[in-house]
Design a protein. Structure first.
Length: 262
């Protein structure tokens, strides 16, 4: 059986899926047609039901609950790993509402968390996440919401943190930050979905067993080519929740759902 599978080229996703898609494990009769895309592209595709299995922002997952269900393995969820609002210079909370803010996609959890923290900030420009730092530096945007490995590079480029949106979430709710998860189409048989879930977990266990060695697949797709940044990225976003969301993970997602304006 062949299934289409989409995830981002970021180190956390390529780390999780390397063994699964590169012939390093028994896939139990399943074959995967893999697409690596920016998460907002995947979010948009999910609205059309384009892929069988896909990484999605949890905010987008709420919007496609009629088409997709969440798997227990492969998620990015944790503490101290949320998006950051950054700018060229310090800004007061009162200033944010009147400024142009670059966001990494309308359907991203980053945008949802920003909207919860700054409900009056409506002047947003959607960009690919990797372009946001430069947009702020150049003045195309007054501030930007950054995700992924940009957390580790913005200070080197002279930018400053305005708000840690993940810390805001944790202080407000007490729950870990639900960023993104792996979703499967609801019309795929339950037995197949359970098999895929187990394969993703096994793929991640293989990756953990070889860490801190980085597979060529991870290095080839990383936006930031410094290996230390790749490892920081993996260590921040890949954890026990990635193996199994568990009760705490599902509760955090439910709270996000309750706070979202869908």
């Amino acid at each position: 059986m062949q299934l289409s599978l989409g995830f981002s080229p970021c180190p956390n996703d390529t780390f999780i899926f390397d063994a699964l898609v590169n012939g390093k494990m028994d896939t139990e009769g399943l074959q995967f047609d893999t697409r690596l895309e920016d998460v907002e592209t995947l979010n948009q595709w999910a609205l059309q039901g384009k892929l069988d299995i896909t990484k999605l922002s949890f905010a987008a997952g709420l919007r496609v609950a009629d088409k997709y269900r969440l798997l227990n393995s492969g998620s990015a969820l944790g503490r101290g790993c949320g998006p950051l609002l950054i700018a060229r210079e310090p800004l007061s909370p009162e200033q944010i509402a009147s400024l142009k803010i670059a966001i990494p996609g309308e359907n991203t959890t980053a945008n949802l968390l920003f909207s919860i923290a700054y409900p009056d900030a409506k002047n947003k420009e959607i960009m690919v996440f990797s372009d946001i730092e430069q947009a702020v530096i150049s003045g195309r945007a007054d501030a930007g919401v950054i995700i992924h490995e940009n957390r580790f590079t913005y200070q080197q480029k002279g930018l400053v943190k305005i708000t840690d949106l993940g810390a805001f979430w944790e202080e407000k709710t007490g729950h870990p930050i639900p960023l993104g998860g792996i979703f499967i189409r609801k019309d795929i048989p339950e037995a197949t979905a359970r098999k895929v879930d187990g394969l993703i977990s096994r793929s991640l266990q293989i990756a953990f067993s070889n860490y801190p060695t980085l597979a060529p697949y991870v290095k080839a797709h990383a936006q930031e080519m410094d290996e230390q940044v790749m490892r920081q990225h993996i260590e921040l976003y890949v954890n026990d929740f990635s193996l199994d969301l568990g009760e705490d993970g599902h509760k955090a997602i439910e709270v996000l759902k309750q706070m979202a304006i869908v």
